[in-house]
Design a binder for this molecule. Structure first.
Ligand code: FES
Ligand code: FES
Length: 151
């Protein structure tokens, strides 16, 4: 089938089985390799993308489900010229990324949190990122990076 949707603000169409995982379509068919695969079971958040502004595990979504919808991957956080967002820059400056597998999902979850909560506390950030697991950083630097974007 042909699936049409908006990806990072650009209309796209793909020919594939509608049951193909959105994660595989993004990475394999559309070259958006910023989206990572961790568990493949909806547990780790590495594959997080935004669908119509909501954080979703793309390993659990069939591409047919995004027909006509807006999908944002981590690549879409940067400007059209590749300029990193303030949040992406903060992750670099705070050393909030090590292996980087969790980073795209963390960024997207934090992006949504910052859109919805004007001055989040550290507890708010922890809660907002609770669906995203990190094996490397101990979370402290990630939380500091997010909080640095609230002022
Ligand atoms: S790879 Fe999708 S939640 Fe872990
Ligand atoms: S930086 Fe490695 S899992 Fe988070």
């Amino acid at each position: 089938m042909t699936v049409r949707f908006t990806l990072n603000g650009v209309p796209v169409s793909v020919e594939c089985a509608g049951s193909r995982r959105l994660l595989d379509t993004l990475r394999g068919d559309l070259g958006k390799t910023g989206t990572k695969e961790g568990c493949g079971e909806g547990e780790c958040g590495a594959c997080s993308v935004l669908i119509d502004g909501e954080v979703v595990d793309s390993c659990l979504v069939a591409v047919g489900q995004v027909e006509g919808r807006n999908v944002l991957t981590v690549e879409g956080l940067a400007g059209p010229d590749g300029t990193l967002s303030r949040l992406q820059q903060a992750f670099i400056e705070h050393g909030a990324a090590q292996c980087g597998i969790c980073t795209p999902g963390m960024l997207l979850a934090a992006h949504v949190l910052l859109q919805r909560t004007i001055r989040p506390s550290a507890a708010d950030v922890r809660e907002g990122l609770a669906g995203n697991l990190c094996r490397c950083t101990g979370y402290t630097k990630i939380i500091e990076a997010v909080l640095s974007c609230t002022t």
